[in-house]
Write a protein of this length. Structure first.
Length: 367
């Protein structure tokens, strides 16, 4: 069985690494000797800190195709990806197209496969924020409705698919990001020097990430977030803030006032091992990233979500993730609530750390 895996953005590299590792193991051990995976990198994330470092750290197979689409508007980017992915699929004629998450790369891969009548498998199916203004939500919904195999991480995701009439080919497998976190946690603890390099001590800093278009492209929301950060980081416990390229660009172009270095320390994006080490040792995390919300949960660190909703409702229901939106006062209020909670990991919400094995098992069974 030949599988073409479509990836292009940082979160997908993490998820794909977990599944590709199991595919490789099955091939080597002989349980799936005819299985073949071809990796297609769309180039949605393309600089070293957002792309290459993940291939190096996570031992992701080298892309067989690099489409080098780069950045652009959603329509332009998705259209370019769709055309180039289609060319690859016509040439390779795989038995299955495997896509991850909710990016433009996800949608382009799913549409290209579906239009060529190649069965599409979607990892992280069934997530819903119920906010159709988010491009990620559109990508999720459309991808789920053209997929033939849907790998849902949670009970809530299964219910979402059922409500939309999607019941065939649906499997609850757990979350591959938990697989990745558990697999690489020891390596991060052993090898990461990020705290030493930054000169901070465990639990004596907060960690922040901001990359969602609704926050980065709205100067009012971005300014409100930074004002909150200035207050939160002004008590001698700084906020470490790896800057996404889109966030950096909008800060520069819109001349938004940035806090000084003692309040908020802007750093370049970091690799996966450094990131999970930063997460595990932070006193609290503020983010608009779905993946970082979950990793905060895995690490037992309280989280403030800089959005008006989340697709990862389990973390909110568990009382360890607080929805704040993007207004200064609401962020500070959520921060004050979050810093007092007990964040002991509640087992089972995201599986047992063997989601990738379940996915590969179903891929082989359904071939």
């Amino acid at each position: 069985m030949k599988i073409v895996t479509i990836i292009g953005a940082r979160p997908q590299f993490i998820k794909a690494a977990a599944v590709s590792r199991i595919i490789s193991r099955c091939i080597v051990q002989g349980s799936a000797p005819t299985m073949q995976e071809l990796v297609v990198h769309t180039g949605q994330h393309y600089d070293y800190n957002m792309s290459r470092v993940f291939f190096e750290e996570l031992s992701i197979p080298e892309p067989h195709y690099h489409l080098e689409v780069g950045s652009g508007s959603h329509g332009h980017m998705t259209g370019q990806m769709l055309a180039k992915v289609e060319d690859v699929l016509v040439e390779e004629r795989p038995d299955r197209v495997l896509v991850y998450g909710d990016t433009n790369s996800t949608l382009a891969g799913a549409l290209a496969g579906a239009k060529l009548h190649i069965p599409v498998a979607h990892v992280e199916a069934g997530l819903r924020s119920f906010n159709r203004r988010m491009p990620e939500e559109i990508n999720r919904v459309l991808t789920d409705h053209v997929s033939e195999l849907l790998f849902a991480p949670t009970d809530a995701a299964m219910k979402n698919l059922s409500r939309e009439g999607i019941t065939a080919g649906v499997f609850k497998v757990g979350d591959v990001m938990l697989d990745a976190f558990l697999h690489h946690k020891a390596d991060a603890e052993k090898n990461s020097r990020i705290l030493f390099d930054l000169g901070v001590e465990p639990k004596r800093y907060y960690l922040a990430t901001v990359h969602r278009q609704e926050n980065t492209d709205d100067p009012n929301r971005l300014s409100e977030i930074l004002t909150a950060f200035r207050t939160i980081g002004g008590n001698g416990v700084p906020i470490i803030f790896p800057l996404h390229p889109r966030t950096r660009k909008n800060l520069q172009e819109r001349s938004i006032h940035k806090p000084n270095g003692s309040e908020v320390r802007f750093i370049e994006p970091v690799g996966y091992l450094d990131m999970i080490y930063l997460e595990a040792n932070a006193a609290l995390i503020l983010t608009d990233s779905g993946g970082v919300q979950k990793e905060a949960f895995f690490a037992g660190v309280p989280c403030v979500t800089l959005r008006n909703e989340t697709e990862w409702v389990e973390t909110v229901e568990a009382g360890v993730n607080f929805i704040a939106g993007a207004q200064t006062d609401s962020i500070i209020a959520a921060f004050e609530r979050a810093r007092t909670v007990d964040t002991k990991l509640k087992p089972g919400l995201y599986g047992d750390g063997h989601a990738a094995e379940a996915i590969v098992k179903h891929l082989l069974k359904e071939a």
